[in-house]
Design a protein around this ligand. Structure first.
Ligand code: NDP
Length: 291
């Protein structure tokens, strides 16, 4: 049976991995990219390079967008709206939940069926069922698209609200980027002491590996609004973070990252949480309630 034709718009590292995976799976693939040369390898492997976004959309019903953000989507598809009716657009470009909702409304207004996606793996994870992508939007569109989407990764449908996939994605990225910077900061401090990244790697990896246990311990307490200082006290936490700041400064390493953490801990102390757990700091992040 002939496999479904796929159009991939956007050929950064992610779009190239996706188009290559569809080609390897036997799908006819049409691609378009602002910088045409990024399509060379895919064309050599059998992809068709469309001359314009409108031509790319017209090549098939199923369209995957892999662009830097949603402004890029409007820049690319704004001139091709006549080709949108009847297309299924699966937008795997990162952006905020609010912008994802606006994009879904825009696409529906032009007659397209639309899903938001959030890919939670790097390009090397595309093509593996161990990888997961969040999706949200109309359930019927997701169900109709599922088989093709599972060529890329396994799927996790979050609900009808088109903002949900973007939200789940951004929630992961918040953890990912702050953790990755903490990793780089620790490596810089280690390096200042003559310790190479490869040498420190098993130790920071072990710390990261224990984080799910830590999250699992605190999540039910946070849901219950309970922050007892039975295991950790914020007064201990603020001293501990200050030690991280001082260790960084003593080594001559930029301490702005742990200093930002310290400022948040100090806010908790000022708010009277010295005897509570560090988890009470969630109060300082929360949206103020209007009474
Ligand atoms: P890149 O930013 O490297 O490339 C995205 C594509 O967007 C390129 O094809 C680029 O075109 C195009 N683009 C950007 N702005 C415009 C514009 N104004 N007009 C036309 N085209 C534009 O991103 P990636 O390929 O790395 O990722 C794609 C999406 O996937 C992003 O939203 C990213 O956040 C997300 N993602 C990426 C991961 C990764 O590890 N790479 C992991 C998980 C998600 P051109 O080639 O001409 O510059």
């Amino acid at each position: 049976m002939r496999k479904q034709s796929i159009t991939v718009v956007g050929l950064g590292p992610m779009g190239r991995a996706m188009a290559g995976t569809f080609l390897a799976g036997g799908h006819p693939v049409t691609v378009w990219n602002r910088t045409r040369s990024r399509a060379d390898d895919l064309v050599a492997r059998g992809a068709t390079l469309a001359a314009t976004p409108a031509e790319a959309l017209s090549a098939g019903e199923f369209v995957v967008l892999s662009l830097t953000d949603l402004d890029a989507m409007y820049a690319v598809l704004g001139s091709a709206t006549d080709a949108l009716p009847g297309r299924t657009l699966v937008n795997l470009s990162s952006d905020t939940p609010d912008k994802a909702r606006a994009a879904a409304t825009w696409a529906a207004g032009h007659g397209a069926r639309y899903l938001t996606g959030g890919v939670s793996v790097p390009p090397t994870g595309i093509g593996s069922q161990d990888s997961v992508t969040f999706y949200s939007g109309p359930k019927s569109v997701f169900e109709d698209s599922r088989e093709v989407l599972e060529v890329l990764t396994s799927t996790d449908y979050r609900g009808e609200d088109p903002g949900l996939a973007a939200l789940y994605y951004q929630l992961q990225m918040g953890v990912f980027w702050t953790t990755s910077l903490a990793f780089l900061h620790s490596l810089a401090v280690a390096e200042a002491h003559g310790i190479k990244a490869e040498e420190l790697l098993p130790y920071v990896s072990e710390t990261a590996r224990t984080m799910p246990d830590f999250f699992g311990f605190y999540a039910p307490r946070i849901d219950a609004g309970e922050h007892p200082g039975d295991v950790d006290r914020l007064a201990m936490g603020v001293a501990s973070v200050d030690h991280v700041v001082q260790t960084s400064k003593d080594a001559g390493v930029d301490a702005s990252l742990p200093e930002a953490v310290l400022a948040i801990f100090e806010r908790g102390i000022t708010a009277g949480h010295a005897d509570d757990s560090f988890s009470s700091l969630i109060e300082s992040f929360r949206k103020p309630t209007t009474s």
